[in-house]
Write a protein that binds this ligand. Structure first.
Ligand code: ASP
Length: 313
């Protein structure tokens, strides 16, 4: 079977200039290449982890060193990975971890747990050699944005309970994710994020929750979601998509259906979702202005797209 990998760099407003757009496209393409290289030697889990790690390292997206800040200016990240054989690993609200997706894989491979948080996650990160200096997560661009965001938020008289409205108003971000099918037909999915700007310290989104921010099921499909975490959790978006595909619906229709359900309940600008089915067909759907996405198979990056009207897949 031809190995296939697809990636996303989040759904949202993407009000960006040409230089930034070029950086996003290059980072997506590099992530697809990293996934394809991993697929040539390894399995679907390796591919999604390498693709997501490349995006975490790029600094271009809201994940890894590019992660956004909480209300108190901390960087707290969530990530999850699932093997189509039914096993998953995830971490939530971790700090000082350069590649949360690698820590999620460590949980998957070295523990019998699904989700690890807090001091325990930090200890695992130390054991796995994944801790990074805190200064790597801060830069002038993000510091400036943090100042602007706080002003925008206070102008809207925001208070803590309105995180969903806040995320929609400030623009949900560029969380990253990947799905893959390897040569043996195994599927995998991974998602990694810094969450949403100005989230409460300790807030956990959909990205480390199996069935919400990611899901993989051999013989069916694999998914990675992005958008307002609260809406995605309450819709169980990835699991919902898997059920639809399992019932016989084509993957592109299933994703449109899931986006429709989320839009009806939570409004537009709330979700983007990427998937691959057992035949290797890639699909994406979103109710935002744009969604950064790309895919490749064999040795070739086939497509990178950002806007709605671009040819896809
Ligand atoms: N889903 C992420 C979260 O709510 C944010 C995003 O996708 O940009 O944590």
């Amino acid at each position: 079977m031809e190995p296939v990998v697809a990636v996303h760099g989040g759904a949202g407003k993407w009000r960006i200039g040409p230089d930034e757009e070029a950086r996003v496209r290059k980072a997506l393409s590099d992530a697809v290449s990293a996934g394809l290289t991993a697929l040539a030697r390894g399995n679907a889990v390796d591919a999604v982890v390498e693709a997501v790690a490349a995006m975490e390292d790029s600094g271009v997206f809201n994940a890894g060193v590019g992660s956004v800040y909480t209300i108190s200016g901390r960087v707290q990240m969530d990530a999850g990975v699932m093997d189509g054989n039914g096993k998953a690993g995830a971490v939530a609200s971790v700090e000082d971890v350069g590649n949360p997706v690698r820590l999620a894989k460590y949980v998957l491979e070295n523990t019998e747990h699904v989700l690890v948080v807090g001091d325990g996650a930090r200890e695992l990160a130390r054991a796995a050699g994944l801790l990074a200096p805190r200064s790597r997560f801060y830069d002038d661009r993000k510091n400036a944005r943090f100042g602007e965001m706080k002003l925008e938020a206070s102008a809207g008289r925001w208070h803590y309970r309105k995180v969903l409205e806040l995320a929609k108003a400030l623009g949900i971000g560029d969380t990253v994710g990947a799905v893959a099918r390897d040569k043996d037909g195994n599927l995998a999915a991974a998602t990694s994020t810094g969450g949403v700007w100005l989230k409460l310290d300790g807030r956990v989104g959909d990205s480390p929750i199996p069935g919400a921010g990611f899901w993989a099921e051999n013989g069916v499909a694999a998914f990675s979601a992005t958008g307002v975490g609260e809406a995605i959790i309450l819709s169980m978006a990835s699991f919902r998509a898997a059920l639809l595909v399992k019932s016989g619906m084509a993957i592109d229709r299933a994703l449109e259906e899931v986006v429709g359900v989320v839009t009806e309940k939570f409004g537009s600008d709330t979700i983007g979702i990427l998937g691959i089915d057992k035949t290797g067909r890639v699909a994406a759907a979103f109710n935002t202005h744009a969604m950064a996405r790309g895919w490749g198979s064999g040795k070739e990056v086939k497509r990178i797209a950002l806007w709605r009207d671009e040819i896809w897949p």
